[in-house]
Design a protein around this ligand. Structure first.
Ligand SMILES: NC(=O)c1ccc[n+]([C@@H]2O[C@H](COP(=O)([O-])OP(=O)(O)OC[C@H]3O[C@@H](n4cnc5c(N)ncnc54)[C@H](O)[C@@H]3O)[C@@H](O)[C@H]2O)c1
Length: 379
């Protein structure tokens, strides 16, 4: 009830999104891990607009400020604070809410901290995912389970080549290796324990470098830039020439939600991995992204300070599978993705009170833009 009142009271002009994705999410109960994080907060909000009831399970917000607190998400979703490594608590919470869908985003999600805390990264990302899969084995209400892994799960040979879902898993730094290993664990669970006719579908989403408003993580390009710009400091770049597939958070989440909406219809056909990457035009160097941010912000200066930690220099994703089977393709151009991101931070710094409404307007804008470009997934 609280959930509905908040949306209704504050956003009477909100477009009705409940029929999107074939109306699949309306009245569904979604158990979502990582709901206090950057993408988890955007996803919680979008799911709520789609008519789902979200029960979140994760540690407290990983940053301060955090999008979760700024948007007052405690009042919009049911929030359970708990560790994915705590088997009993996790199992009890999932069992108690009898979800229709499980979405798993909780992770130690950063490369540099994975060098500082490799065991915690492996434990949370690999064993945490195994804990989740173990917890849902005997819950008949669950029809599908979607797990966010990463493009970094691929064994990156640094070729000028876009990875398809059939390429082998790998990973040099602990974060990337943990995501590769997570994929192997999921595949093993699927083949070993979720192979009956009535087993839930299990899909993984491998997104690129996700950008958007409300991310304050350390060691990520956009938050680092914004922090420097706000405090009039130079922007320090570690790997200016690294090439990444940049995409707006609503792109990775629209692919995620689309796969979820299909998975329950035909779990055999739609289970498995899905690349959800940007258009090849969005595959650009770190330095060119930062120059565009500076241009839009109106000021700022770059300085280069290399470190010795290994980070992939070249990483491209091939998203033909999701296009061929589901007609999903990116909606935002490179310029749009950066503009929407910088607009969000500018609005936040100008007027914090309106940021919840502005975030919803950005979701609506994305949907309208997808409809305008006749993106055929948007039904
Ligand atoms: N941001 C990106 O560029 C990107 C790209 C590809 C994939 N991903 C993946 O998407 C997912 C979400 O990433 P994000 O950008 O929102 O990261 P984030 O760091 O903002 O959020 C991580 C979430 O996981 C939770 N968490 C961390 N450790 C936990 C634990 N032990 N138990 C329970 N909860 C725990 C945090 O509380 C938070 O809610 C992650 O799986 C990440 O690896 C992110």
């Amino acid at each position: 009830m609280i959930q509905k009142n908040i949306i209704k009271n504050n956003f009477s002009n909100t477009m009705n999104m409940k029929n999107l994705f074939g109306g699949y999410y309306k009245d569904k109960v979604v158990f979502l891990t990582g709901h206090t994080g950057f993408q988890g907060t955007w996803l919680s909000l979008w799911l709520t607009l789609l008519g789902a009831k979200v029960i979140g399970y994760s540690l407290k917000p990983p940053t301060s400020p955090s999008l979760f607190n700024i948007l007052n998400m405690k009042k919009i979703v049911t929030s359970k604070i708990g560790n994915i490594n705590n088997n009993n608590k996790l199992s009890n919470e999932i069992f108690a809410c009898k979800p229709d869908i499980v979405m798993h985003l909780a992770a130690q999600a950063l490369v540099v901290p994975s060098y500082q805390n490799p065991i915690e990264t492996f434990s949370t990302n690999i064993i945490g995912t195994a804990n989740l899969l173990e917890s849902i084995r005997d819950i008949p209400s669950i029809k599908s389970c979607l797990i966010m892994t990463s493009d970094k799960a691929y064994e990156n040979k640094e070729f000028n080549y876009a990875y398809t879902e059939n390429n082998p898993m790998g990973g040099t730094d602990p974060y990337s290796a943990s995501k590769g290993a997570t994929e192997l664990v999921i595949s093993s669970y699927k083949k070993s324990f979720f192979n009956e006719k009535n087993s839930p579908g299990i899909a993984t989403i491998r997104a690129g470098n996700v950008i958007g408003g409300g991310d304050w993580a350390n060691y990520r390009l956009i938050p680092d830039c914004i922090k420097a710009l706000v405090s009039n400091k130079n922007i320090i770049l570690r790997n200016p020439q690294s090439i990444r597939p940049w995409q707006h958070v609503l792109e990775s989440l629209s692919g995620f939600l689309l796969v979820g909406s299909k998975l329950h219809k035909n779990s055999k056909k739609f289970s498995g991995p899905w690349n959800v990457g940007p258009s090849p035009k969005n595959i650009l160097s770190v330095e060119s992204v930062v120059k565009k941010i500076i241009h839009q912000w109106g000021s700022g200066k770059i300085i280069i300070k290399k470190n010795n930690l290994h980070e992939a220099k070249l990483l491209k994703l091939d998203s033909s599978k999701i296009f061929n089977l589901m007609k999903w393709k990116p909606t935002y151009s490179y310029d749009d993705s950066i503009e929407k991101t910088v607009d969000w931070y500018l609005r936040y710094h100008e007027n914090k009170k309106t940021i919840q409404n502005f975030t919803i307007l950005q979701i609506e804008d994305y949907v309208k833009q997808a409809q305008k470009t006749k993106n055929r997934w948007i039904k």
